[in-house]
Design a protein around this ligand. Structure first.
Ligand code: HEM
Length: 505
């Protein structure tokens, strides 16, 4: 029998001694490790690591010139922690957007964009993918279908007629954008959901209000886009409001899609929503399983939401600018009216087929889009691979902005760049000239605006209706000078200005 010491057998004693020694040395080791890796040391090490990585990238890539920046923090003055490149001239915009094909065609993912697009579904916020390509094709076809025949012009003329009845009651100076905004929302609403809503429709008013509130919040940005993880810990009031607004807008569209599904007839395509449902029905009939999967209800709701998010504010703001310029330049207003009277005669409403005879009015609209920046830096792009532009390297995962404002104010392309001059777009005999290269309010390349054909026709029809029916004058009687008001980064509006109107015979 082995002797027990302290109640333990010999082997147990040995193990205990070893383990105590280990414990002591382990604790010391832990202290040493703790001391070595104190929080500060880890932080400094991490920072040096990032700096080294940044330096490595600086040596690896020939980056475009720009301000210095610190890892993670970025450039504090510019308040942007991500790498971003601005393309400020036509050659680099065309190189990146058109010549480099898909290199620059992705979108950066943001927390707010994800919220509206259900994690990148639909078109505007979607990453560059086969799904995006297919959906943009389907949506483009649906818009073209809508524009066939006289549907768009009937809708514009009908809404304008109703709005003008109310507008002609204005006896005091008033803000004309309260009426033009209503025209645009009614046209888009009717285009999507096919109903000729009365002007006091609560649904239309609510969508307009939702749009205003969403845009207002987007304009000032979200901390959640800079620190996406923060929402798991704390949600700011603005973020919670945005969640509610997005939910209300998408729930509304979901209900409309359901109503359309319940009453859908292939032989009677009523509107844009029906056209998208038709694309799904065709894919089902032809057993194109992958296409059907890209047109689930969730995707369809997002494709329709894109029309409101992409088309409403931009079109309304363009009309704000147009009216501001027409009031500021009565001579151009009169010239448009003379052209409209000659093209349409008395009492006939404008139609898309009158376009060739409304060149001066269209030129005024094009000049409006050059001078009034409604989407001056568009929607950010993102590189899907290492690429280059203008002789500089642009690594994969870089945010890229097209600076349309710079293109529209480049004196290499525009003579008397500050002047509002519709003649830039016209030939000597007053016909539409070739589109100036540096006129790109709708962008170019793969991500070009989906709604350009609709927006241009709709804007011209609304403008022609307005000027055919009314004279717009400054309320003070003094020549009005258009002054601009900052609205959001890349987005300016004309300073609100009251007008008076005279009904034209
Ligand atoms: C004056 C009116 C408008 C202007 C100035 C405008 C301008 C733009 C711009 C600059 C872009 C970004 C393009 C890019 O990322 O390179 C864009 C994208 C888009 N626009 Fe418009 N837009 C207008 C009206 C509309 C309308 C009426 C609709 C819908 C009917 C629409 C739907 C879209 C969509 C869905 C996108 C995203 C395209 C994509 O990501 O592939 N827009 N628009």
């Amino acid at each position: 029998m082995e002797v027990r010491k302290n109640g333990l057998y010999k082997d147990e004693q040995a193990v205990t001694v070893v383990s105590m020694a280990m414990k002591r040395s382990g604790m010391e080791l832990l202290d040493v490790v703790k001391e070595f890796f104190s929080l500060q040391t880890v932080a400094v090490g991490f920072f040096i690591g990032l700096l080294t990585y940044q330096l490595y990238n600086k040596l690896k890539y020939k980056s475009p010139p720009g301000p210095w920046s610190l890892p993670l923090i970025g450039n504090y003055k510019r308040k942007c922690p991500s790498k971003a490149v601005f393309l400020n001239s036509l050659d680099v915009v065309i190189e990146a957007m058109v010549k480099k094909k898909s290199d620059f065609a992705d979108r950066p993912r943001t927390k707010s964009g994800d919220m509206f697009s259900d994690g990148g579904k639909g078109i505007a916020f979607s990453p560059y993918s086969a799904t995006w390509k297919f959906q943009k094709k389907v949506a483009g076809k649906a818009l073209r279908y809508y524009m066939l025949g006289s549907r768009l012009e009937d809708m514009v003329n009908d809404v304008c007629g109703k709005i003008f009845e109310r507008m002609s009651q204005e006896k005091e100076p008033f803000y004309v954008n309260e009426y033009t905004g209503k025209i645009v929302i009614h046209v888009l609403f009717n285009m999507c959901f096919g109903q000729k809503c009365d002007l006091d429709s609560k649904d239309v008013a609510r969508i307009l209000k939702l749009d205003e509130e969403i845009v207002e919040r987007f304009n000032s940005g979200f901390i959640e886009d800079l620190i996406p993880g923060i929402t798991y810990v704390y949600k700011t009031m603005k973020w919670r409001e945005l969640e509610d607004l997005a939910d209300e807008l998408l729930t509304f569209i979901r209900k409309e899609v359901q109503k359309h599904k319940d009453t859908f007839e292939e032989s009677n395509i009523r509107d844009y929503t029906d056209s998208i449902l038709m694309a799904r029905a065709e894919a089902e009939t032809q057993e194109r399983v992958e296409d059907v999967a890209m047109l689930t209800d969730v995707y369809i709701v997002q494709i329709i939401a894109d029309i409101f998010l992409g088309g409403l504010e931009t079109t309304m703001m363009t009309l704000d600018w147009f009216m501001a310029f027409m009031v500021a330049f009565p001579e151009y207003q009169e010239q448009c009216q003379a052209e409209i009277d000659q093209a349409l005669g008395k009492g006939k409403s404008p139609s898309a087929s009158d376009r060739n005879n409304l060149c001066f009015t269209e030129a005024c609209m094009m000049e409006t889009m050059r001078k009034g920046s409604v989407a001056a830096i568009g929607i950010p792009h993102y590189t899907i691979c290492d690429s280059s532009v203008g002789g500089f390297d642009i690594p994969k995962g870089t945010m890229v902005f097209n600076n349309y404002w710079a293109l529209h104010n480049d004196s290499n392309f525009w003579k008397d760049v500050d002047k509002f001059d519709p003649y830039r777009y016209l030939t000597k005999d007053g016909k539409m000239d070739m589109k100036p290269e540096s006129w790109l309010p709708f962008s170019a390349g793969r991500r070009v605006c989906l709604g350009e054909p609709v927006a241009r026709t709709e804007l011209l029809l609304i403008a022609a209706n307005m000027l055919q029916n009314f004279n717009f004058k400054t309320s003070s009687g003094v020549k009005h000078k258009v002054t601009t008001k900052f609205n959001a980064p890349g987005n300016e509006l004309p300073e609100p200005h009251k007008v008076i109107i005279e009904k034209r015979n």
